[in-house]
Design a protein around this ligand. Structure first.
Ligand code: 5AD
Ligand code: SF4
Length: 467
């Protein structure tokens, strides 16, 4: 079959990055190869995000930008198919079809295993296709085996959310919570590890709400899953994101104490440091509850650090509420964070609240909050100088003889190292820090991770680095 070109643009969260990879996997057997430009592509998929207003607006402007490419191809007698996938597709599929004539297909996040069928229908002249079902059959049962691209990979284990925070569209766009069976997850992880993956990031909208069916017929939580994943030869590092404070259970905390591969860095969104706002957000915990979880995780591993998501300017947020958020930031010392101005989303309870804040106030709070976070991040980088750590070397550096990797805390680390180490976990000592990265030197000896035993015995295949 003649090769066809597939261009995918992903917006938003890591789940979308994962989904984009799986869409490429599902189209590959039909002769579609990934390309890095939309111009000239036979199929363009915009894998959209609906979490904040701007994300959705970008989709419409990107669709506008595609039009000349599509027209140029039509002039040559070729056809560019345009698909909108992801959460905007789910939430506004019909409107998208009506507003953007360029769109040939709309496919929701739970239905993209049906993409080949949809493409075939459009090509057969069956007209534009829309599929935003939440099918009974999980899409995972219909997707081909994932491909490893480099030493780090995402693995989706859980999807959807039943928590209904009052600001959030996810429960509407991604549907109810669903956990993949343990056997499925293990199979996918083993394939990735065989393909050279050393670090797996388990994904889920509420990843620590994971409750998959185990091979023993029982329900397994994330802690138990992590213990077994860590035993897979080659798997040296495990991360998970995004977690919810309400779902941090005793076993997950114990796993952080016992499983060396679990990184001492957890993304644990708190959104606000004010009890009043947390209640209005329907987060299901107060500030003290959050504090207790942080303390217990730090007790499990003393090198534990945290990142978070923050929303400023939630309806009714007073200056005092905002100051409470800053105080919590100072207390927990988050080393990384994503922070957002509250954005009213259609159909969510908070959008209907009367006490919406002026845009200027939201902007001022965002700037103040981000300044505080940057200070803490820089101090953390400085505090890493002199510290030994393991770095997953995942790409060549700017100059010959240099490699770049990631620390357990996600900092980029630059060092002099032979190219043969690409794709491995290497022990280093940090020598200097800048505001955004570290520079380190290789040290002799095994890294502290138990699975490195395996790395020493079998060299990983050459890593393919994802652009
Ligand atoms: N406005 C602003 N930020 C939001 N988030 C989710 N919904 C909204 C919204 N309506 C943020 C939260 C969440 C992250 C993924 O996006 O902080 O944790
Ligand atoms: Fe959205 Fe809250 Fe569910 Fe996270 S827990 S996806 S913020 S509703």
């Amino acid at each position: 079959m003649a090769n066809r070109k597939l261009f995918i643009k992903s917006y938003g969260c890591q789940m979308n990055v994962y989904d984009a990879g799986r869409m490429a996997d599902v189209m590959a057997p039909l002769g579609y190869d990934l390309v890095s430009e939309a111009d000239g592509a036979d199929l363009v998929i915009l894998n959209t995000c609906h979490i904040r207003e701007k994300a959705a607006e970008k989709v419409f402007s990107d669709l506008g930008r595609l039009r000349p490419f599509k027209e140029a191809m039509a002039a040559e007698g070729r056809r560019m198919l345009v698909a909108v996938a992801g959460c905007v597709a789910q939430a506004e599929g019909a409107e998208l079809m009506a507003r953007a004539k360029i769109v040939d297909m709309v496919v929701g996040p739970q239905a993209y295993h049906r993409l080949p069928e949809m493409v075939a229908k459009v090509e057969r002249g069956a007209g534009r296709q829309l599929d935003t079902d939440f099918p009974i059959e999980p899409k995972f049962d219909f997707l081909p085996a994932p491909q490893a691209h480099g030493p780090s990979a995402f693995l989706s284990v859980q999807e959807g959310c039943d928590k209904f925070c009052t600001f959030c569209v996810v429960p509407y766009t991604r549907g109810a919570e669903y956990s993949r069976p343990v056997a499925d997850v293990l199979r996918e992880a083993a394939l990735l590890a065989e393909g050279g993956v050393r670090e797996i990031t388990l994904l889920g909208q509420n990843v620590n709400a994971y409750h998959g069916e185990g091979p023993d017929g029982r329900t397994w939580g994330l802690g138990r899953l992590a213990r077994v994943l860590a035993e897979i030869p080659g798997v040296a590092r495990l991360r998970y994101t995004t977690s919810h404070p309400r779902d941090v259970d005793d076993d997950l905390i114990a796993a952080h104490r016992e499983v060396a591969a679990l990184t001492p860095f957890i993304h644990l969104p708190v959104q606000s440091g004010s009890d009043r706002i947390l209640a209005a957000m329907n987060r299901g915990h107060d500030v003290d509850g959050y504090r207790r979880i942080i303390d217990r995780l730090r007790a499990a591993r003393d090198d534990m650090a945290f990142s978070s998501d923050f929303i400023v300017g939630f309806p009714g947020e007073s200056e005092r509420d905002f100051q409470a958020t800053l105080a919590l930031i100072d207390e927990v010392r988050f080393i990384q964070a994503y922070s957002f101005k509250y954005s009213p989303r259609p159909g969510t309870p908070a959008a209907a609240l009367a006490a919406q804040l002026p845009e200027a106030e939201k902007s001022a709070r965002l700037i103040a909050l981000q300044a505080r976070l940057v200070e803490i991040q820089q101090a953390f980088n400085q505090a890493c100088v002199g510290r030994p750590m393991d770095v997953l070397l995942d790409r060549p550096g700017r100059h010959a003889g240099q490699l770049v990797g990631r620390s357990p805390w996600m900092q980029p680390v630059h060092l002099e190292a032979p190219a043969t180490l690409l794709g491995t976990l290497a022990p280093v000592v940090v020598e200097t820090a800048t505001s955004n990265s570290l520079a380190a030197r290789l040290v002799e000896g095994n890294s502290s991770m138990s699975s490195d035993r395996v790395l020493a015995e079998e060299a990983p295949p050459p890593a393919r680095i994802r652009a």
